[in-house]
Design a protein around this ligand. Structure first.
Ligand SMILES: *[C@@H]1O[C@H](CO)[C@@H](O)[C@H](O)[C@H]1NC(C)=O
Ligand SMILES: *[C@@H]1O[C@H](CO)[C@@H](O)[C@H](O)[C@H]1NC(C)=O
Ligand SMILES: *[C@@H]1O[C@H](CO)[C@@H](O)[C@H](O)[C@H]1NC(C)=O
Ligand SMILES: *[C@@H]1O[C@H](CO)[C@@H](O)[C@H](O)[C@H]1NC(C)=O
Length: 441
């Protein structure tokens, strides 16, 4: 229900609100056609991004983790011996090791675009485009956003690598509607997007969102909002999600600190795929991550999402994530806090949980990591949910299902994932990090 809302409601709301004015009605119709065309285009990209042999992707990630932890042991030792004058590189996982050790990260910002792993690994964002420097935190004009604002940056047609001149607090008046081929890169500035609307990544491809604080996101009323340089239209109320990924593919969310949004922290819905969510620090929220919004929307079978090196921390309750239909690889995340359950869903999603740490709450009735909705055991016993090398603490337990002999196909460089015992180290720098010029970050 929630999923379809963005796509369709603006039409009805539009008709009700603009009433008799035929010209405006015509605008609404054209608007409908534009979004339909975008949806169709996005679907074709998603089909192309869908990997019919996903296990090769998980193998790739596992082999990287293996190498990274080995390297890390050795580099830590080097650090203790004081060999590196700039201080030891603090990167503890393979995504971070791809860029954080470079003291010139600020000059080589686009290097980050080569660092994604998992299903979102081909995401390059605004790589190859210009750098756009956001200088103005305001967000006042939804139709003609001021140059220098984040909204002006994200609607541009060409690829852009969007950075921030200095730390700033951005209160979005309405949802920030992003276009394809963009990176929002908050490194070097403390950027908070908070106390207003959230990010909408709808019917687009190739978006990186990196190193931001996103919190206290609220529902917004909707209205006329620009979605590209050549289009604006009437949008219905936005739900108050931190980041809403809707019918989009090749999206990488990395090093985001998120808490306390009115709806979800991150939604991945409407047949989005090729998504990686990594190195994020999630806290203080009830329903955290929703992957698939409705049990009737079977097109979500296309969803392939990697959740890795995230820290699920204080004040979280449930949905880390809650999945439908798709394939979710949950690998090397640290679940230090959940009050009800961590990983769950309905409609036969496939979940491979590897090398995570799950710390159960005190409540004796909430020790189970998993939760199945709207299905009897006779049905869910066929869903493939597997736990491998997860570290269970404080009585946590994961209820597996699916053929006990089910073996995930192995690729050429399949290496057993790092065990849950290493996860606090792998996720030590989750969330937004303070990067300084001319120093490894
Ligand atoms: C409505 O839109 C169509 C298609 O773009 C256009 O040809 C027509 O002139 C418009 N009508 C009015 C009344 O604006
Ligand atoms: C790290 O050190 C160990 C033991 O000295 C060695 O076997 C391993 O190959 C080293 N790994 C890397 C990536 O250099
Ligand atoms: C990534 O790109 C490679 C090379 O173009 C392609 O073979 C692969 O299917 C893509 N995978 C994903 C998950 O996007
Ligand atoms: C994004 O970039 C790719 C690769 O350069 C290009 O093929 C595609 O058309 C771009 N997408 C949009 C919507 O501009």
């Amino acid at each position: 229900m929630k999923g379809l809302k963005h796509a369709l409601c603006f039409v009805y709301v539009g008709i009700a609100m603009v009433s008799a004015a035929s010209v405006e009605l015509n605008v609404t119709k054209q608007d409908e056609m534009i979004w339909k065309a975008r949806a169709e285009n996005a679907k074709q990209h998603a089909m192309a991004a869908f990997d019919p042999h996903p296990h090769d992707v998980t193998n790739q990630l596992n082999s990287h983790v293996h190498k990274a932890t080995e390297k890390d042991h050795n580099s830590t030792r080097r650090g203790l011996h004081g060999i590196k004058r700039t201080g030891p590189c603090r990167a503890t996982n393979p995504i971070d090791q791809c860029w954080r050790c470079d003291p010139n990260w600020m000059k080589n910002r686009m290097r980050l675009a080569d660092c994604a792993l998992g299903f979102g690994r081909n995401t390059t964002g605004g790589k190859g485009g210009k750098i756009y420097v956001v200088t103005d935190p305001s967000d006042t004009d939804m139709i003609n956003p001021k140059p220098g604002t984040l909204r002006h940056a994200v609607i541009q047609a060409e690829p852009l690598w969007i950075i921030f001149k200095h730390g700033m607090i951005i209160r979005l008046n309405e949802e920030l509607i992003m276009t394809s081929n963009k990176t929002i890169d908050g490194r070097g500035a403390q950027v908070h997007i908070c106390s207003g609307a959230g990010l909408t990544i709808q019917f687009v491809q190739n978006v990186i969102v990196h190193n931001l604080h996103i919190h206290d996101i609220k529902a917004a009323n909707g209205g006329m909002i620009r979605s590209s340089v050549d289009h604006y239209g009437l949008r219905s109320r936005s739900d108050g999600d931190g980041i809403s990924i809707f019918g989009s593919s090749h999206v990488w969310i990395d090093h985001i600190s998120m808490f306390n949004c009115q709806d979800g922290l991150i939604d991945v819905v409407e047949a989005s795929t090729a998504v990686t969510i990594s190195n994020c620090h999630f806290t203080r929220h009830n329903e955290a991550l929703l992957f698939g919004a409705t049990d009737s929307y079977t097109e979500d079978k296309i969803m392939q999402i990697t959740l890795t090196f995230n820290h699920f921390g204080k004040g979280l309750v449930q949905r880390m994530p809650r999945c439908r239909f798709g394939f979710v690889h949950v690998v090397n995340n640290d679940y230090t806090h959940y009050l009800m359950y961590a990983v769950g869903g309905s409609s036969n999603p496939t979940i491979l949980s590897q090398g995570n740490r799950y710390v159960a709450p005190k409540d004796p009735n909430a020790k189970e990591v998993t939760k199945r909705d709207y299905a009897d055991e006779s049905e869910w016993k066929h869903w493939i949910w597997k736990s491998q090398e997860d570290l269970m603490e404080n009585g946590a337990f994961f209820v597996e299902s699916g053929d006990p002999k089910h073996v995930f196909p192995t690729g050429k460089d399949m290496i057993v994932p790092k065990p849950g015992t290493l996860v606090s180290k792998l996720t030590r720098f989750a969330g937004a990090i303070a990067c300084k010029e001319n120093k490894p970050c």
